[in-house]
Design a protein around this ligand. Structure first.
Ligand SMILES: [Zn+2]
Ligand SMILES: [Zn+2]
Length: 347
């Protein structure tokens, strides 16, 4: 008799397994693939590098909340390639010493005073909760030079946690040099070209500094400069062979400024609370203005989701609604629509 191959589409031969078995096997293979991807915690995101820019004390009404985007033309253009969140808020302490660590930690961490041996024993603060840097370095087993925090010369940079499970072995490389935001940007380009870190944080302080100075023109010019630095950073990413097409950039603020007085902040008025989240990159939905309310604590869990590491002590949540690779999440029934919760039966 004639032997037939399975590709003939005919199952008349003794040599071929029945079609329904082949079918079952391919369904099982597909199911295993999906489960493997789920277990990896990352549904094939394109992102391999994340850059986070914190612009200190930029009030939303002078930022992307201004429909004419007077001072932020570059970030406005980037928002059309990516996503913004409205409302995005600092929901607790609208001062830098609490809010910047909250961004790092993905939660409202306590900050603790200690004698910092990395700064000759001088007094400094560290976070109680682990930071994105520590989760990243420990979770993905990365070198310190792959995780760099660039900021101006602040004397002794505030430190990440001393948590026994994380701590100094997993701190980022702190590079604290320069005074103006342009100085810091020059340092940043050097660092990026030299080390190509996959987790990079850039902190720009001058918008807040000049806001406090009381000069509206210095304040707004500082915003324009920060905007152009964000634009230059994205241009750098796009023109660099390591980063292009594989990098997600987030731009946010630690706090805003009083609704009726740009010279100060640190209360719970709308101006102090309302900040910006701009996200752009290969896994970010394009041109999205997301109206799901979010806070600064949601950034770190979202970075973990994209790069594939756990942020287990963070209290914020992943902003799945910004992500393209989120087809599976879209199909999950919203818990609000899933019917009444089961009734507890009294014993
Ligand atoms: Zn301030
Ligand atoms: Zn206020």
């Amino acid at each position: 008799m004639m032997y037939m191959t399975s590709s003939s589409g005919h199952s008349g031969s003794h040599a071929d397994p029945p079609h329904h078995l082949i079918h079952l096997a391919s369904i099982l293979a597909a199911a295993i693939l999906v489960l493997t991807l789920l277990a990896a915690g990352s549904l094939a995101y394109e992102t391999e590098h994340v850059m986070l820019v914190i612009v200190d004390g930029l009030r939303y009404t002078e930022g992307l909340g201004d429909s004419n985007h007077t001072y932020v033309p570059k970030m406005h253009r980037l928002s059309e390639q990516g996503a913004i969140v409205e409302p995005f808020v600092n929901d607790r302490h609208t001062n830098t010493m609490r809010a910047v660590p909250a961004i790092w930690c993905g939660g409202w961490t306590e900050v603790i005073t200690f004698k910092d041996r990395h700064c000759g024993g001088s007094e400094n603060i560290h976070c109680e909760m682990p930071t994105v840097f520590e989760y990243y370095r420990k979770g993905l087993d990365r070198e310190r030079t792959d995780c760099i925090y660039v900021l101006g010369d602040v004397g002794c940079p505030w430190k990440a946690s001393l948590s026994p499970a994380f701590g100094p072995d997993f701190w980022p490389l702190y590079h604290s040099v320069g005074v103006t935001d342009m100085d810091v940007w020059a340092q940043a380009t050097d660092i990026l070209e030299t080390f190509h870190p996959s987790l990079f944080l850039l902190y720009l302080s001058r918008v807040d500094h000049f806001g406090h100075s009381g000069s509206w023109s210095y304040y707004t010019r500082s915003i324009e400069l920060a905007d152009s630095i964000v634009g230059m950073l994205w241009d750098f990413i796009e023109s660099d062979s390591v980063y292009a097409g594989k990098t997600t950039m987030f731009v946010t603020n630690d706090h805003g400024r009083h609704t009726d007085d740009f010279t100060g902040h640190d209360c719970d008025c709308e101006g102090c609370r309302t900040v910006q989240l701009l996200a752009v990159g290969p896994d970010i939905r394009q041109g999205l203005v997301s109206n799901t309310p979010r806070t600064i604590c949601d950034i770190t869990p979202t970075i973990g989701e994209l790069l594939g590491f756990s942020t287990e002590m963070a209290t914020g949540a992943v902003m799945y609604e910004l992500l393209i690779g989120d087809a599976l999440q879209d199909s999950i029934i919203d818990p609000i629509d899933a019917g009444d919760p089961p009734t507890l039966i009294e014993p």
